[in-house]
Design a protein around this ligand. Structure first.
Ligand code: HEC
Ligand code: HEC
Ligand code: HEC
Ligand code: HEC
Ligand code: HEC
Length: 471
């Protein structure tokens, strides 16, 4: 008879579930339709689709989705996880970063390559979140998740080569099609854009979908697709008019979804641009520069700054308010404990003497102590700061800015006895701290920063004389 010992009980409490019918690739929730065995040859390469869907291909190529498996930051961290957890995180990470490689079981780990070892695979499995990954999705597995929510790749993939998508009347010569309402909703993205840590009570490490669900955007029926599958100008209109794309006047997104196909009212961009302008250019993949440029433009549409000065007994107090105007979720979102959105504030008197300086990058590209960073602080089970996802048990501080919300921060400086002075307030973004790049990447990469918003103002006493927000 099986008697649980203290050791087995401890193991059960900390280790994620073993493979089962509902979870053949545990701890990920990926399954294959009808429990079939998947093979790589059942999925085509993006180049196969390019012939008839050049527009979708051009958008996808060079996107973060296209590099999800080869991304060196991913590779390094996933390898470290494999070493530190004895393989327990292996299926978890790859379930989202290469779902096809996971179900076809074609990923190998070699401890000799890369900084902490490296992963290799073949063909379409190497292409990360590819056309076939998304368009083979036949259902969500939310009903099987321990979290009761979408996440950890809670997706069912079909091997029947039918392409699921938004049209209920598509007639394609190249393949069969099937209407899928799921593809038009945020719940589709949620299966991968909610990450839970199965090692620590399914702690929600990344919760972009949950943030969206609580926002005004969800109430207005604005889906992830309405911002991330359209050009920036349209995403800005969606956020300002608070209407989904289909209700915008003159969005000019109509066209052919395929060569030889009918004209559709909306054809979607496939670049899925967020904030990352580092990785794709680093890899030199085609289309990367265009995506990086668009990420920069997107970041520059998100936030607005506002300041106010008050004076008591020769001491000035500066209040800076940061508004999240146009992100459909927190700013920053997802890797909210890694991404950095921070304030730089410089106050100088008429002679150019510095009265206050905060948040200016140092020579080694690090942020000085005391910088205001809108970020969550991740800690392990003992409350110690921790960045490795599998060790994170909770967030000790939550300081990201909710959708359509704001955060106000206070600074103090000595009020000049007379004359004008200048206050420069800048909001910056970068994908990760320099120390994270130094730790994970083999080659030295200087992490670039992007200026999201800036305000240059002249004051005399508490009176505002001029204000300029041109970037
Ligand atoms: C539920 C799906 C999911 C799982 C499971 C998952 N990831 Fe991710 N991962 C994502 C998404 C989505 C992003 C993009 C988030 C963003 O850029 O804001 C991402 C981004 C990353 C990045 C940042 C890449 C970059 O270039 O900035 C790293 C590193 C990473 N994941 C590592 C891992 C590791 C290691 C594991 C396993 C312990 C893992 N992921 C498990 C979905 C997942
Ligand atoms: C991250 C998932 C994802 C990837 C990767 C992806 N698609 Fe899509 N695709 C979607 C979603 C979601 C829609 C539907 C959007 C809607 O209607 O709201 C869509 C729509 C489409 C459509 C219908 C017409 C349109 O553009 O709206 C076609 C055709 C298509 N995709 C082809 C492709 C091809 C070809 C690739 C690879 C080059 C690809 N997709 C990669 C998610 C994806
Ligand atoms: C020989 C040409 C051809 C090839 C190759 C091709 N498609 Fe299509 N596809 C079409 C046509 C035509 C349509 C219908 C367009 C319409 O009705 O607007 C279509 C429709 C679609 C749709 C929409 C389905 C729906 O019901 O909403 C998706 C998704 C799609 N294709 C994905 C892909 C993917 C992924 C590949 C590569 C594996 C691919 N296609 C390869 C011609 C092709
Ligand atoms: C099969 C899993 C999967 C699905 C489905 C998926 N994503 Fe992703 N997404 C990822 C991963 C993994 C990354 C990060 C890739 C990397 O590490 O380089 C990512 C990256 C992104 C990024 C870029 C983030 C950045 O830092 O710039 C955006 C934006 C994005 N996804 C939006 C979406 C939207 C919108 C949908 C739904 C229409 C969606 N994704 C569906 C897995 C997925
Ligand atoms: C109202 C428009 C809007 C909607 C709706 C929206 N986003 Fe975003 N998203 C943005 C903007 C703008 C950014 C860039 C600023 C930032 O990083 O938050 C962004 C950034 C991102 C990033 C990159 C975050 C980072 O810094 O690494 C991911 C991933 C992402 N979105 C996924 C999603 C998903 C998934 C959904 C749906 C649940 C969604 N978004 C809904 C506008 C939107």
């Amino acid at each position: 008879m099986f008697r649980p010992t203290l050791l087995t009980l401890l193991l059960c409490a900390t280790l994620p579930a073993a493979a089962s019918d509902n979870q053949p690739f545990a701890p990920s929730y990926l399954t294959v339709k009808e429990g079939k065995e998947a093979q790589l040859k059942q999925f085509s390469s993006p180049e196969t689709c390019k012939r008839c869907h050049p527009r979708q291909y051009a958008g996808w190529q060079g996107s973060m989705h296209s590099i999800a498996f080869i991304d060196p930051v991913y590779q390094a961290e996933a390898a470290l996880g494999t070493v530190e957890t004895d393989g327990a995180t292996h299926n978890l990470c790859k379930g989202c970063h290469t779902a096809i490689g996971t179900v076809a079981e074609t990923i190998s780990y070699d401890s000799e390559t890369g900084k902490f070892g490296g992963f290799t695979t073949q063909g379409v499995a190497e292409r990360g979140v590819s056309c076939e990954t998304c368009h083979s999705v036949s259902a969500t597995n939310i009903e099987h998740t321990a979290m009761g929510e979408h996440g950890n790749a809670s997706l069912e993939l079909a091997t029947d080569r039918i392409k699921r998508g938004p049209f209920d009347d598509a007639k394609a010569r190249g393949h069969k099609t099937e209407y899928s309402e799921l593809h038009t909703r945020s719940e589709f993205c949620a299966n991968c854009h909610n990450v839970f840590n199965p090692v620590h009570g399914n702690f929600p490490l990344e919760h972009t979908y949950e943030e969206w669900k609580q926002s005004d955007y969800a109430k207005a029926d604005i889906q992830c697709q309405d911002c991330h599958m359209v050009p920036v100008e349209i995403a800005v209109r969606v956020a300002d008019e608070m209407k989904p794309v289909s209700e915008l006047e003159q969005h000019r997104l109509s066209g052919q979804a395929a060569r030889g196909g009918p004209v559709r009212s909306v054809v979607h961009d496939h670049g899925f641009v967020g904030g990352n302008a580092v990785l794709a250019p680093l890899l030199g993949v085609e289309g990367a520069e265009a995506h990086a440029l668009e990420a920069k433009t997107r970041l520059q549409t998100v936030a607005e700054l506002e300041t106010a000065i008050t004076e008591t007994d020769g001491k000035a107090q500066l209040n800076v308010t940061v508004y999240n105007r146009r992100a459909g979720h927190d700013l920053p979102t997802s890797l909210s404990f890694i991404r950095q959105v921070w304030l730089e504030v410089v106050v100088e008197d008429a002679q150019g003497k510095t009265l206050l300086r905060s948040g200016s990058l140092q020579a080694d590209n690090s942020l000085p102590e005391g910088t205001v960073v809108f970020q969550d602080t991740a800690v392990d089970i003992d409350g110690k700061p921790e960045h490795k996802p599998w060790k994170i048990a909770r967030f000790s501080v939550e300081n990201s800015i909710p959708a359509k919300g704001s955060k106000t921060v206070q600074y103090a400086f000595p009020m000049p006895a007379e004359g004008q002075y200048q206050v420069t307030t800048t909001l910056h973004y970068r994908s990760f701290d320099q120390s994270v790049a130094d730790y994970l990447l083999e080659e030295k990469v200087t992490v670039p920063s992007i200026t999201m918003s800036t305000l240059t103002q002249r004051f005399e006493g508490a009176r505002l004389l001029s204000s300029d927000n041109t970037l």
